[in-house]
Design a protein around this ligand. Structure first.
Ligand SMILES: CC(C)(COP(=O)(O)OP(=O)(O)OC[C@H]1O[C@@H](n2cnc3c(N)ncnc32)[C@H](O)[C@@H]1OP(=O)(O)O)[C@@H](O)C(=O)NCCC(=O)NCCS
Length: 170
């Protein structure tokens, strides 16, 4: 797959916001996202824009855009960042038609490389919902190691759920 991954520009942040706000309740349920916890688009854009302007070692979140033949096809975000040590990543191919064609695994590999480089990481984690097969299969194929399955609230948008913890190290 001719995919490339790079840092998301401020003008591209609506890809993230639109993806979540336009998702069906069923899709959000599969992601483990509580729709009532989504920030308003304006507040979310402000927050993400502020993050884009910070130096790398002060970021709380970092967004990467995934391009297929030069066109946006998905994105990854990192949060729980401890610069020089660890972070958690998320993975999304936006158009359902483009899923299950190998885009995700290539973009996850490239995203992991970029996170390691930009955030000087030692360990990159990902904690998808345990019942969401696609990210679990994709992470394993991209070289992440399975650590455990546990109950938690994995992030600010999520409800309490079973998640699988995956990690890759440098
Ligand atoms: C998760 C996601 C990014 C993976 O990207 P993708 O392009 O669909 O994945 P790939 O085509 O690269 O597939 C990678 C592996 O996962 C498997 N896989 C992907 N989707 C699957 C599904 N729905 N069911 C079963 N296996 C699946 C593929 O078969 C492949 O494994 P294999 O080669 O051993 O058969 C994408 O499916 C997606 O955006 N899903 C919706 C959002 C989501 O669930 N994000 C996770 C939030 S943490």
């Amino acid at each position: 797959m001719p995919v490339t991954v790079r840092e998301m520009a401020v003008g591209e942040l609506d890809l993230i916001i639109g993806y979540f706000h336009d998702s069906t309740p069923e899709h959000l349920e599969m992601l483990g996202v509580d729709p009532t916890r989504l920030p308003t688009p304006a507040a979310w854009r402000d927050r993400l824009e502020q993050q884009c302007r910070l130096p790398m070692d002060q970021r709380a979140t970092l967004a990467l855009i995934w391009l297929l033949d030069g066109r946006p096809c998905g994105f990854s975000t990192a949060d729980k960042i401890v610069f020089g040590d660890r972070a958690n990543m998320h993975l999304h191919v936006v158009d359902p038609e483009l899923r299950r064609r190998g885009v995700g695994v290539d973009c996850v590999r490239q995203s992991a490389e970029l996170y390691f480089e930009l955030l000087r990481l030692r360990t990159l984690f990902c904690e998808p919902n345990a019942f969401n097969v696609a990210p679990n299969r994709t992470l394993q194929k991209a070289g992440f190691k399975y650590l455990k399955t546990h109950m938690t609230v994995p992030g600010a948008l999520n409800y309490h759920q079973a998640v699988t913890r995956w990690a890759i190290e440098r």
